[in-house]
Every structure is written in C-alpha cells, then in structure tokens.
Design a protein around this ligand. Structure first.
Ligand code: IPM
Ligand code: MG
Length: 356
C-alpha cells in the first residue's frame, strides 16, 4: 500500500523521537512492501518561529490531505509568555477542530516489564491495569467562548462549557463500540450533580446504552473517578468523558502505569484520517541529548497502522518488538531500574529495528 503521512516534528526533544519513529515506519514499509511518503508540517513553536502562527491554514490543509498525521509534541518555555491565541498549544487545538477529530483514545496499560515503576502498591498493580480513556476532543470548555473583560474596575474571565446532544452521542458510540472489542464495560464520567452539560451528557448516554444491552454501563462522578483510578484501576475497561475531565484523568491514568514515556494516543473523527501522538510533552530540558524515550511515539505509529491503515499485522510487529526490547532489559533513562541497560533515543530504536 501507499500512504501519505503528514509529519509534525514538534518542539524540544520531539524532533528526536519523531525521527526515530520514522526509521521504524521505514523498516515496516521495507518488510511489508509498503510505501510511506512523509510531508513535513510545521505546528506549535516551530510554526510560530517560521510563520508567526502556531498552525497556518496551509499547514492544516496538508494534514487534511494526508492519509494520517504523525505528531510529536509541541511547546516549550521559549513560547510560554505569548498570549493564548499565539501559543503552541493553540496549534494543537486548531488541528483537532480543523480536522474534526472529536474522539481521543488514550490507553492506560501497564507493561509488565515496567510494573515496578508504578507509584501504586504492588497489590493494586497486580490486579491489572488495562483500560482506555475515550475523551471527547472538540467540545466543552476548550471550545466554548473565552472572554476576559473589566467589570466594576476588576478583571473578569469567562470560559463557556458547551455540549450538544449529537456531540455526546457520537463519542458515546465510540465508547460502546470500543468496549465491544474489549471487556464490554463502559464507565461514563461526568459531574451531573453540578453541571447542566453533565446532566445532558448522562441523559444521552442513558438513551444510547439501550442500544448496547450487551455492554455493562455505569455512571461515575469525576471526583470519585479520580479516586477510583488510584484505588482500584482494575475495575475499568472503557472510560468515556468530556474534554477537560478527559484531559485531567488521562494524565492521572498515565501516571499509574509508571511510564508516561510509553503511552500512545489516537485522535479520530468520521473518516480514517487521524492524528497519532505520544501523550507526553516535548521535554525541552532533554532536547539534543539523545535521551528521550521514543517508545510512546513509536507505539503511536503502530496505532496509526492499525486504526487508519488497517495494517494490524504490521502494528502487532511493532508492539511485539517494543515488548521484546523491554524483555531484553533495554531501557531509556526515564525507565531505568537495576540490572537494565540504559540506551539513548537512537540506540534503543536500533534494538527495536532488530526485532522487526
Ligand atoms: C493534552 C494536552 C493538551 C490538552 C494541551 C497541550 C492543550 O494537555 O493533549 O492532553 O489540554 O488537550
Ligand atoms: Mg493533557
């Protein structure tokens, strides 16, 4: 197959792990007889430096025209003092909205080789951590009206949180369909004791669950969910929630796996064109040091092969190779433990390439 991949190399140490990920994709192309073409797209700090805009329309258009987007990570202290609209993160939000990517999947799965790295007690970890957060990505407070004004001599800020029925229903469907391919359980997370958007969320989810009688369903308040994730993570299969709750809970969920450097993500809309990115940041303090863990980005590329290109065997191949490299005791600095061999970004990728 021939595929056009838009590549956003990102900021900080991101260009290093994206570069290594492309080596893995090239190896897969060679082994399975595919052709992957890469189109460079500037976004975030890189685009601010080049064009004074975190995602110029022409760059967004390249992403829309691609078969999928591989994204590193954007942002860094250099751009931190810019106003909200000019910040690197704005590029990311525009990319999500501009491509209609309303469904963000973030798996929280512990790699058995790294279970000592989890901050949770061994007795909790051993019950298993393998769930997925399905986060609504183009609605809610992120995309409501934002306004700061002066009222009665003081500044007043306002961020509107908005949801419509169809926005809730389509993300709900993704959650139920995902659960059917896993362990058949959906936990819908909201704040229905306080928020109108959450009461609407719950109403739509309850309507929808009637269509999926084979899937176990429960409602959970977001504050309780934050507790349950550390108390008893084994209870979860698919968590579905709105944009900001998903942002917060997915960081918590990544933390309990012990290795944020291992977690990939996918963002999809109606078609098969998605954005695939590690959930960790651009680690600007590690830039240029050949230290950063490329695995989350490499595993994101595997997700791209699986979900956007229907290349399941190729995706399995990458995931198996990563597991094998961990089995062999190779680690990057973020995951180092006794008896392991610590390698740099490029050298650990060499090991992964050997296993493909
Ligand atoms: C994430 C990030 C982004 C978000 C930021 C960088 C805008 O935290 O992808 O989780 O809040 O969505
Ligand atoms: Mg976040």
């Amino acid at each position: 197959m021939e595929k056009n991949i838009a590549v956003i190399r990102g900021d900080g140490s991101s260009p290093e792990f994206v570069r290594e990920t492309l080596r893995v994709l090239d190896r897969i192309a060679e082994k399975y007889g595919h052709t992957f073409r890469y189109t460079e797209v500037a976004m975030g700090g890189d685009a601010i430096d080049k064009y004074g805009d975190p995602l110029p329309e022409a760059e967004l258009q390249k992403c829309r025209e691609s078969d999928s987007v591989l994204l590193g990570s954007v942002g860094g202290p250099k751009w931190d003092s810019l106003p909200g609209d000019k910040r690197p993160e704005k590029g990311l939000l525009r990319l999500r909205a501009g491509m209609g990517l309303y469904s963000n999947s973030r798996p929280a799965k512990i790699w058995k080789q790294l279970s000592d790295a989890s901050p949770l007690k061994r007795s909790i970890v051993d019950q298993g951590i393998d769930f997925i957060i399905v986060r609504e990505l183009t609605g809610g407070v992120y995309f409501g009206e934002h306004k700061t004004e002066t009222v009665n001599g003081e500044e007043k800020a306002n961020d509107d949180m908005v949801y419509t029925e169809h926005e809730i229903e389509r993300i709900g469907r993704i959650a139920f369909e995902t659960a059917r391919k896993r362990r058949n359980k959906v936990t819908s997370v909201d704040k229905a004791n306080v928020l109108d958007t959450s009461r609407l969320w719950r109403k739509v989810m309850h309507r929808l669950k009637e269509e999926y009688p084979d899937v176990a369903y429960e409602d959970m308040l977001v504050d309780n969910c934050a507790m349950q994730i550390v108390k008893n993570p084994a209870q979860f299969d698919v968590i579905v929630t709105e944009n900001m709750f998903g942002d917060i809970l997915s960081d918590e969920a990544s933390m309990i796996t012990g290795s944020i450097g291992m977690i990939p993500s996918s963002s999809l809309g109606e078609g098969t064109v998605g954005v695939y990115e590690p959930i960790h940041g651009s680690a600007p303090d590690l830039a240029g040091m050949d230290k950063v863990n490329p695995m989350a980005c490499i595993l994101s590329a595997a997700m791209m092969l699986r979900y956007s290109f229907a290349m399941a065997e190729e995706a399995d191949d990458i995931e198996r190779a990563v597991g094998k490299v961990l089995d062999l005791g190779f680690r990057t600095a973020d995951n180092q433990s006794e008896g392991c061999t610590v390698l740099g970004t490029a050298a650990i990728t060499d090991e992964i390439l050997k296993q493909i």
